[in-house]
Design a protein. Structure first.
Length: 298
């Protein structure tokens, strides 16, 4: 589970692991020695009612905080499944993309439908079939994140399952994700929703659903090889920037033999730049799994 909440959760992760430089403070720092055992997803009254999912509606869920023994800042993930014969549940392998840090969520109907269709094995629009009104299962995963934005294993716990007895899905197929190249090459257009159309030529697409690898080919004008990558159009300081380093400064790189392989800092603000760039076509590959980038002059 990878999500952009690193800085706000770093302190919680450090406290959890008892990492402190002051030995005298150890008694006051919360340390979790055993995994939580209690985590309850409440059954909403609407679970008995007919629910027709759409792009615009939501399903409200609420739950208790797991018994971490101290006031922990946890991250919550929703999982959706389809109830089949004998009440067997086929869970969608992927958790919903939107995560939460409070014990209540208005969950997107579109996200739920995408998960239902994924559980049904529909991978493209042409695969979709209307499966009618069915029972749909939901549960919540909880974890505290460390400074690398990963789940701390001992903090992970899954809630009980709630069944929505009469839910109608629709054709919402999960597609590969996209990111945006933001920099001098595109005129430093702001990474905001209002700029979506202006950035259409600077989209970098995931190679397939869930691969975590993004690739695109771009014509970068002379003198304009300077950019970073944004995973969402949430503004300059929305936490979605992926760059060459943590510092908000440029990193000069060299394409040796027309190729550069290097690290990507997530999140990061530093720009990759080539001094004296004469212009040309470049294939950009970002691997979110290894946190690496590759630039190839074609």
């Amino acid at each position: 589970m990878k999500h952009n909440k690193i800085f706000s959760l770093l302190a919680a992760g450090m406290a959890l692991l008892g990492m402190t430089s002051c030995a005298d403070d150890n008694d006051s720092n919360p340390v979790l020695n055993t995994a939580p055992t209690t985590f309850v997803l409440n059954t909403p009254t609407m679970s008995e009612q007919y629910i027709e999912l759409s792009e615009d509606n939501t399903v409200t869920l609420s739950w208790s905080q797991p018994d971490y023994t101290f006031a922990a800042l946890a991250t919550y993930y929703i999982q959706v499944g389809v109830v089949g014969n004998g009440d067997a549940i086929t869970w969608c392998d992927d958790l919903l993309e939107t995560t939460y840090t409070t014990c209540k969520a208005d969950v997107s109907g579109e996200e739920i439908a995408m998960a239902i269709n994924a559980a049904d094995g529909f991978k493209a629009d042409e695969d979709y079939r209307d499966m009618g009104v069915r029972a749909i299962a939901m549960r919540v995963h909880s974890a505290i994140l460390d400074g690398e934005n990963n789940d701390i294993p001992i903090t992970k716990i899954v809630s009980n399952t709630v069944i929505f007895k009469k839910m109608q899905s629709f054709k919402a197929i999960k597609a590969p994700k996209k990111m945006w190249i933001i920099g001098a090459c595109g005129g430093w257009t702001e990474p905001s929703e209002g700029s979506r159309e202006a950035l259409v030529d600077w989209v970098i697409n995931e190679t397939g659903v869930g691969t975590g690898i993004y690739q695109g080919t771009y014509e970068i004008p002379a003198g304009n090889f300077q950019f970073r990558i944004y995973s969402a159009l949430t503004g300059w300081d929305g936490g979605a920037s992926i760059g060459s380093q943590e510092a908000d400064s440029n990193k000069d790189i060299t394409l040796t033999g027309g190729v550069y392989d290097g690290d990507a800092t997530i999140p990061g603000k530093g720009n990759w730049q080539v001094a004296g760039w004469e212009g040309g076509t470049v294939r950009i590959t970002l691997n979110m799994n290894t946190k690496k980038v590759k630039f190839e002059q074609l």
